[in-house]
Design a protein. Sequence first.
Length: 369
Amino acid sequence: MKPSRIRVRAALAATATAALAAVSLTPQSAGASTAAAPRALSAVSAGQLARTLLGRLKGQDAGSYYDEGSRRLVVDVVDRAAETVVRAAGAEPKLVTYSQAELDSTKAALDATPAIPGTTWGPDARTNRVVVTADPTVTGAKLARLKKTVGSFGDTVLMRRTATKLTRFIAGGDAIWGRDFSARCSVGFNVKRAGKPDGFVTAGHCGNVIKSWAQTQGGPEIAKTVDSKFPGTDFALAEYTATVDHPSAVNLYNGRLLPITGARDAVVGDKVGRSGSTTDVHFGTVLAVNQTVNYQEGRVTGLVKTDACAQPGDSGGAFFDYDPQNPPASSSAVGITSGGDGDCMMGGNTFFQPVTAALNAYGATVGGS
């Protein structure tokens, strides 16, 4: 057999290698009578496979998602060669009209338009479109302007309405209270920085208004905000000013702390957990990445959309790898709760800030003591 022209990156994670171990990555030869069938995968394995294929398709894909019904990873592709690669790896290719580059270009053009509070947009792999959503506050002249903008992009954009208002999830992980402002948020992840005090990351819209933090309402200071970024992005860093336990873990609100051993970016279809001080722990699926959200206070880009619910006070809390059907012994940090629509009674969507952006900005790694 001739060696495949598709090179396996030396830096592939062991888990991703294991996910592909039983699959030949050599394209079908001219004499092959049948194509490889897509494999049934767990959500975790599908995520690992999606991350592996991303680098191999070299721009000939348009995103991917996990189909829970068929238990298959579906990968949008724009040509037959990519279709062959995807099928050989055990995923299901879907030939689509628009490439990821075209969808990203459309999103960038939308990002350059004046913000309309109550709207979100971003590429969606299931529809192969940039999906624009508008909440109930978008009416009258604002709605007319939005429809005109959406119409100018033709078939690349799909518009939807939500029944509930888009908002940040801040209220007046573990609860963390503002000593200088009557608000409550949640700790994201404890972090370490070389030569500097330990701290934690949380939402930027929390750090903007809370400069001194306490573990209890009206309690003594345990940390100070040293930097916050919102809007644009949505993350903040606080340094501990008191001796308190701060393990590299998230609270599962069942008497257990889940160790956090690293951090990574999310892919569509990932199973995630969200820990926050208002609604404890809820689970969901990553629906889309690279999303733009237009809050009343301003625009935030690069967020991740999930169907894990959240409510005020959950802001800043941890998003992490977690499949409740196969609970892990430890996990990776993936995000910081930003905002969304709905609540944990009616349901809704939640957006999170990728944690890697915060870690890179602050030269930090997840860790505690």
